[in-house]
Design a protein around this ligand. Structure first.
Ligand code: UT7
Length: 330
């Protein structure tokens, strides 16, 4: 049976930067509070009029095509993880394909909130392992600013816009996506949700007046679950694959809060050089946070490096994925 290995990674973040000092002019907050409580200094915002997550995703995909030199007509499937689709339908993945000019693929979205990338990566890998497809692109594209209320200090410092993607191809070597564990617990619904705009509460004057089209988060409740559940699933995947932290070259946790990342690192005694962190520059980019890290730190990874990716998000939905890196960076 084939394994699915990552053969390329790329990302796109908008040029516009919103830093903590600017946020402190908008709501009652401070650089000190945001830095100490969350670890974020700045985040990117897509300001282009009329552009949604597909714009971010299309730019990331174009960059992947340029970087890998792949013939776009060979991409058999595009899976896009997003909580910020351009529209309720059609899929953002189909819009990305059109923007990049690819007519020879099929494309669909996955909604698994902040865990979306690792869930989609596993799904993409399964097609390759089963011999169904030879080239699959997994994208995470999140225009988080589209769901943020910039008058709510509880949430507006946290999020940023980004997209990142990987190319998956078959290999006969024992590398690539090795294993994954995922869990869902519907207890999360009231704690991390956009209450209106779906089929339960379609948009109305009332939902707009009540600010229900923005992200709502019960931060403390989510924090506790995020730490416990990412630790548990990372532990589960390592045990199941007879790995200890000494065997792991890099741990890439979802970038939601530096304190969460540090709590996970502390639990496993992960030395600083093995812990991948870039939250200070981008904030929480939801599903895009892990592939954004893969792209930024690609130059460090060597073929055969063992990576644990772990994420937690709304639902709650969370898990961990064990990946053996597929190539030496140029
Ligand atoms: O990606 C999906 C999963 N999401 C996560 O994993 C996020 C999990 N949660 C968190 O990261 C943290 O809970 C937050 C960053 C959201 C909040 O940090 P916290 O340490 O849990 O703060 P808190 O909500 O308990 O609030 C502490 C205090 C409150 O004041 P009082 O009630 O103690 O007087 C808040 O009103 O901090 C206040 N506060 C702020 N102060 C200044 C909340 N937001 C701000 C702010 N600036 N932006």
């Amino acid at each position: 049976m084939f394994k699915a290995k990552i053969t390329g990674v790329a990302s796109y973040t908008p040029d516009d930067i919103l830093n903590n000092e600017e946020l402190a002019q908008m709501v009652d907050t401070s650089d000190e509070w945001i830095t100490t409580r969350v670890g974020i200094k700045e985040r990117r915002i897509l300001k282009q009029e009329g552009a949604g997550s597909s714009e971010l995703g299309a730019r990331a995909l174009q960059s992947l095509i340029d970087k890998t030199g792949i013939d776009p007509t060979e991409i058999e499937l595009i899976i896009c993880a997003t909580s910020n689709p351009d529209y309720r339908f059609p899929s953002t993945a189909s819009i990305i394909a059109e923007k990049v000019g690819i007519k020879t693929t099929y494309a669909y979205d996955i909604q698994a909130a902040c865990a979306g990338f690792i869930v989609a990566l596993r799904a993409g890998a399964m097609y390759i392992q089963a011999g169904v497809h030879k080239k699959v692109v997994v994208i995470a594209a999140e225009k988080m600013s589209s769901m943020v209320n910039y008058k709510d200090r509880n949430t507006c410092p946290l999020f940023g816009d980004a997209a990142a993607c990987v190319l998956l191809e078959p290999t006969e070597e024992n590398i690539g996506v090795m294993d994954a564990v995922f869990h869902t617990d519907g207890i999360g619904l009231p704690h991390l949700v956009m209450t209106a705009g779906g089929s339960v509460r379609p948009a109305s004057h009332a939902t707009i007046d009540k600010n229900e089209h923005y992200v709502y988060q019960d931060g403390r409740f989510v924090f506790k679950h995020a730490v416990a559940d990412m630790i548990e699933s990372s532990d589960e995947i390592m045990k199941r694959n007879n790995l200890t932290i000494d065997d792991i070259d890099y741990l890439i946790p979802h970038q939601a809060n530096l304190r969460i990342i540090e709590a996970i690192a502390e639990r496993f005694n992960v030395p600083e050089e093995k812990l991948i962190v870039n939250i200070q520059h981008y904030g929480n980019t939801s599903a895009a946070s892990i592939p954004l890290c893969l792209d930024e730190f690609e130059h460090k990874f060597k073929k055969g490096d063992k990576l644990i990716l772990t994420a937690f998000g709304a639902g709650f939905t969370w898990g961990a994925l064990y990946l053996v890196w597929g190539y030496d960076a140029q």
